[in-house]
Design a protein around this ligand. Structure first.
Ligand SMILES: Cc1ncc(COP(=O)(O)O)c(C=O)c1O
Length: 364
């Protein structure tokens, strides 16, 4: 019989060597870790929606009668409704099990071992992670100190043969947008330009209409943030129509499960409600910002998303992060060279902001 060691020898060496993605933990795990009730946890670490999904989604999920049948592999109804929502033809749209899955299948479509993918850190960790899983080579083009893109370095890397570049706009964790002018400049090169608009509903800024004009532009969106469906995993991309055909060919046939399709459809039918919660989050972002800037030990970065990045100038970000955790408040702490002493706080409900700010004041 083959030993576990011999089986391991069959595993791709590049997979063995690659770093694991570090995901955030769910509420029940956090509550057990610090020994407080789950409903006392203030979870501001995942850019999730503090208001949850639309109440109509819960009813639609309870009423759906076909969980025993496979869902529509072509996501026809969902794509039709997304066409109305985006103003772009269903031929240009494909949904995924979260935008995470779309990042993965875009790379599988274009990247063979050794092909180059541009990543612009600090940014969302799935881009280098999925590139590694595909055997691609990550070309890192760090953002400038103000977190704007190094456009000329990105253009050079495209000219040297990078096949794909990922740009989150607004960027996670910095919260800033990349201008349309910069995106138009990059679109002149012979690479696939993926603009990840996961936080579009909070920024109100999009380049989606450009997809009809540029054969190398992809725009990614998700229901995880504005629609409060992170747990159901549903996102979508707006692609040149020929790419939808190839992606349809290589995706798992039933990649968006029945519950996710029902929930996404019902969200699109309850836009009035969801626009209300988006407005509340944007309003709260501005209030959180106005409270955070009062701390002179923090440098607070402007955000167009549902989170705010701060740099701790005096004292230790780690001590603040751990101190808040003990009080049941979970935020993100970064300690990479570009994000030294940085904290990212997701926008919560007003009462959660109040508790967070009071706790920060106590830590003076
Ligand atoms: C920029 C960005 N893109 C994509 C995602 C993931 O979205 P989804 O839940 O649809 O996989 C996130 C989640 O934090 C994100 O910050």
């Amino acid at each position: 019989m083959i030993s576990p060691e011999d089986i391991e020898k069959l595993i791709r060496p590049d997979i063995k060597a690659m770093p694991a993605y570090i995901p955030i933990e769910p509420t029940d795990v956090l509550s057990r870790r610090i020994n407080i009730a789950a409903d006392q946890v203030i979870k501001l670490d995942g850019n999730e929606n503090p208001y949850g999904c639309s109440p109509r989604v819960k009813r639609a999920l309870a009423d759906y009668a076909y969980y025993h049948l496979y869902p529509d592999p072509e996501q026809r109804e969902l794509r039709k409704e997304l066409a109305k929502y985006t103003g772009i033809s269903a031929r240009n749209i494909l949904a995924g099990s979260g935008s995470d899955e779309l990042i993965d299948i875009i790379l599988r479509l274009f990247i063979q071992p050794g092909d180059k993918v541009i990543n612009c850190p600090p940014t969302f960790g799935m881009y280098p992670f999925s590139t590694d899983v595909c055997g691609g080579k990550v070309v890192s083009i760090p953002r400038k100190p103000d977190f704007s893109l190094d456009t000329s370095a990105a253009k050079k890397a495209i000219d040297k043969g990078a096949k794909v570049i990922f740009i989150a706009s607004p960027n996670n964790p910095s919260g800033n947008l990349t201008s349309e002018a910069v995106i138009l400049e990059l679109l002149q090169g012979a690479a696939v330009i993926v603009i990840d608009e996961a936080y579009y509903e909070f920024s109100g800024t999009t380049v989606a209409p450009l997809v009809q004009k540029y054969s190398n532009l992809i725009v990614l969106r998700t229901f995880s943030k504005w629609a409060g469906l992170a747990g159901l995993r549903v996102g979508y991309g707006i692609f040149p129509a020929n790419l939808v055909e190839y992606l349809m060919k290589i995706k798992q046939p039933y990649n968006v499960n029945a519950a996710a399709q029902v929930a996404a459809l019902e969200s699109l039918r309850d836009l009035n409600y969801l626009r209300g919660t988006i407005k509340a989050i944007v309003r709260e972002r501005e209030r959180l910002m106005s409270e955070l800037v009062k701390f002179d030990r923090l440098k607070v970065y402007t955000s167009e998303a549902n989170f705010i990045l701060c740099r701790v100038l005096k004292g230790s970000a780690e001590v603040i992060y751990e101190g808040l955790q003990k009080k049941g408040i979970f935020i993100r702490y970064f300690d990479t060279p570009q994000l030294k002493d940085c904290l990212r706080i997701s926008v919560g409900r007003p009462e959660q902001t109040d508790i967070l700010i009071a706790s920060l004041k106590e830590m003076r």
